[in-house]
Ligand binder design. Sequence first.
Ligand SMILES: *Cc1c(COP(=O)(O)O)cnc(C)c1O
Length: 431
Amino acid sequence: MIKEIYQVLGISAEVYAYGAAIEKELSERFLQFDRTAEYNQLKVLLAMQKNRVSEECFGSSSGYGYNDYGRETLEKVYADTFHTEACLVRPQITCGTHALAIAMFGNLRPGDEILAPAGKPYDTLEEVIGIRPSAGSLAEYGVTYRQVDLLPDGSFDYENIRKAIRPNTRLVEIQRSKGYQTRPSFSVAQIGELIRFVKEIKPDVICMVDNCYGEFVGTIEPSDVGADMTVGSLIKNPGGGLAPIGGYIAGTKACVENAAHRMTCPGLGSEVGATLGVNRSFFQGFFLAPMITKGALKGAVFAANVFERLGFPVIPNGKEQRNDIIQAITFNEPAKMTAFCKGIQHAAPVDSYVDPEPWDMPGYDSPVIMAAGAFIQGSSIELSADGPMKPPYAAYFQGGLTYEHAKLGVLKALQYMLDENLLKAADLLRS
Ligand SMILES: *Cc1c(COP(=O)(O)O)cnc(C)c1O
């Protein structure tokens, strides 16, 4: 029966069998993800119980949004989950880039320097920092930037990081996930080691970790290993697919307050900000987030194994430890990348009938192709695939509110590549 419904969905018997064989080999791996999710589910539950989440928390505020009980409780739940003094969790934070931007703008002053000790930050931060000249960037406010690239083997270049730390180094930016790069994502332990090194040299430096896509992948977060600010988007892991917008900054009270003064304005800080009815989705999404992240992880590992065996370079590889939910697959040819994205799109619950096209996106320096049929626009905890249309034509696959949906997406992508003669059915048998 299951084969038949796959067939109705356009998956041939060969593709189905190929996927089923791979899935079978992954059962032990999947069990590990179940255990991590179980731990994280309990961690979130504990934080909710400790803070006495109640029906009253699901109320809505309007106007200034003073004394929004749900918002205040939610921020405590986040802070307790991340083991931080404070957390800002708001619908006024429009996306991950915005959260990272206010974290930096709020905590930096003219003359300060940002150091990226683990290579270039995420593409959209180039304009926030002013690495690419941009109106309103930190560079325009007299904040300078320095970067130390990773060594060829992907490890931190400690010798040059030491040299790059100056008297005015104020904030260190570390991106956990690979983003649109083909380097590996860092483990929380690796990030902890880097933070310890930096703080030994200059204890007052603020360590900020871009935690996008990393939440609940493991049992600890960057905030558990010394990060002063851990920052992310609610339309990724911690929103659990239900948050319709938002971002968070978990960290020290001082850092979070500084960020709040930039999110609203000096003097008002976190005291204002109506929640307009999103509290329930924020709570419920955060409650589900460990489980949703687990499904996405299983989908990513399935995708890695499906395409690795067909000879495509994949990062991480099919067996490596996971530090985020992103799966990079390198196609080397635009046609293969487009066919892959088409498959993901056509597997979606929303907009399954449209074809994705490469397009210029604000914040990105080349056209980007994006496949997403999401309930929430641009939500990449929902099944999505995207990537810049430039060599090496690497697509970044992530999300899936359920593993079953992610699996269909992968099979559908493979099916398109076969149907469009970009792969041969014999390749499936050979691998
Ligand atoms: C998604 C993401 C961001 C922020 O992107 P938005 O699209 O603004 O939410 C930042 N860093 C990384 C690594 C990301 O994956």
